[in-house]
Design a protein around this ligand. Structure first.
Ligand code: WQD
Length: 351
């Protein structure tokens, strides 16, 4: 049986980990990536891990003609897993149209290709940010969807609405949207992981670059939240657990087990940890003292986000298995392994 899967953004952080899991589950993978926020050498790293180098098309999916050409070449694919998107929350506030055009043009071009070439399964990389400031915790898939604070988050909300409408118009097409909580960590090999462009926005890469001496001091954004230690709570999930959920989602669709043409699943652990929990766990695992100071809250941050995970457990036969120490140990291992390929001052990958 043909098991070719197109992974857009497959050279990126979550995309590359998903490609590894797909290969290890017997799928043939083709990576579409414009390398705007990733590096091509990640494909060689995937080959080092799995023994298989994914096929690769360097393509800007926001360009309709280029996108169609790439999809036409791989029209025999059975599924598209869509990671290709810009994802820096702060940058999206500064440059909203860059985010709306890139993220939504790429999505729409991919949906049109799916329709034109009859690729019947679509898995979308969404985010818990679509819940905004939750009224109820833990967050279930039935929680009210709100206007996300950032244009980045809003592209995820709009994309889900487009996919839902598209899947309703076409019985044959099945869509699963996966709402990630906070992905952290890296593959245990230390060969793939997060390669932030410039100064990291997210907590873990910022912490590991501080510990590696690339950055001087971590700023903790607020300790006046209504939590055990005043710092904000998130549901951190290991990127390898997250990658496995994409394979489980694909298997669900291939087995025709879906209960609707458009389904959404929260991907979290169901556990919430504060920023200070993360700092303390990092210091314990890495055996280093972190230099940090408490500053004002960051605009747009919410007090607490953590997932209700029953739907994914029941319908994807998936639950997170790796704990916080596993996540943080793998992040630190990755940071140390990339020291030789990243610029000592900017932390950016040189290769
Ligand atoms: C986590 C916690 C910060 C940095 C965002 C997107 C989400 C997803 C993951 C993008 C918060 C605190 C952070 C720092 C800090 N998608 N923090 N100092 O904001 O929960 O989610 O990234 O890939 O869609 O919204 O993640 O890692 O930025 O922050 O104190 O230098 O750490 O306030 O409480 P966030 P984050």
């Amino acid at each position: 049986m043909n098991k070719k899967v197109i992974v857009t953004g497959g050279c990126g952080y979550i995309g590359s980990h998903t490609v590894v899991e797909l290969i290890e589950n017997g799928f043939e993978t083709v990576v579409f990536d414009n390398l705007s926020n990733s590096k091509e050498f990640i494909l060689d790293r995937i080959q080092q891990i799995t023994g298989v180098k994914p096929q690769f098309e360097k393509v800007d999916l926001a360009n309709a003609e280029a996108s169609d050409k790439a999809y036409q070449k791989h029209a025999d694919a059975i599924a598209i897993i869509n990671f290709a998107a810009y994802k820096a929350v702060g940058e999206s506030v500064q440059k909203p149209m860059m985010y709306y055009k890139n993220n939504l043009y790429a999505l729409i071009n991919s949906i049109e290709a799916q329709q034109k070439y009859g690729i019947y399964h679509f898995i979308f990389s969404s985010s818990a940010t679509v819940y905004g400031e939750p009224d109820i915790l833990p967050i279930t898939e039935m929680n009210q969807i709100k206007r996300p604070f950032s244009p980045y988050g809003n592209t995820k909300k709009i994309a889900e609405e487009i996919l839902e409408d598209f899947s309703k118009s076409n019985e044959a097409f099945k869509v699963v949207s996966l709402r990630y909580f906070n992905p952290i960590g890296a593959h245990n090999s230390g060969l793939i992981g997060e390669l932030p462009n410039g100064i990291p926005n997210n907590l873990l890469p910022y912490i590991t670059q501080c510990a590696a001496g690339v950055l001087k001091e971590l700023q903790v954004f607020g300790d006046d939240y209504n939590t055990k230690d005043g710092t904000a709570i998130r549901d951190y999930i290991h990127v390898v657990d997250l990658a496995k959920a994409h394979v489980q989602s694909l298997e669900r669709l291939l087995a025709n087990k879906e209960e609707a043409n458009f389904e959404v699943f929260n991907l979290g652990t169901g556990n919430g940890f504060t920023v200070l929990d993360i700092i303390k766990t990092f210091e314990k695992v890495a055996k280093v003292n972190l230099n940090y100071k408490i500053v004002d809250r960051r605009a747009g941050d919410v007090e607490a986000l953590y997932a209700e995970t029953q739907q994914a457990a029941e319908k994807l036969a998936w639950s997170a298995t790796l704990n916080l120490e596993d996540m943080i140990r793998s992040s630190w291992n990755w940071e140390q392994s990339i020291r030789d390929i990243t610029d000592k001052t900017s932390g950016e990958a040189k290769r």
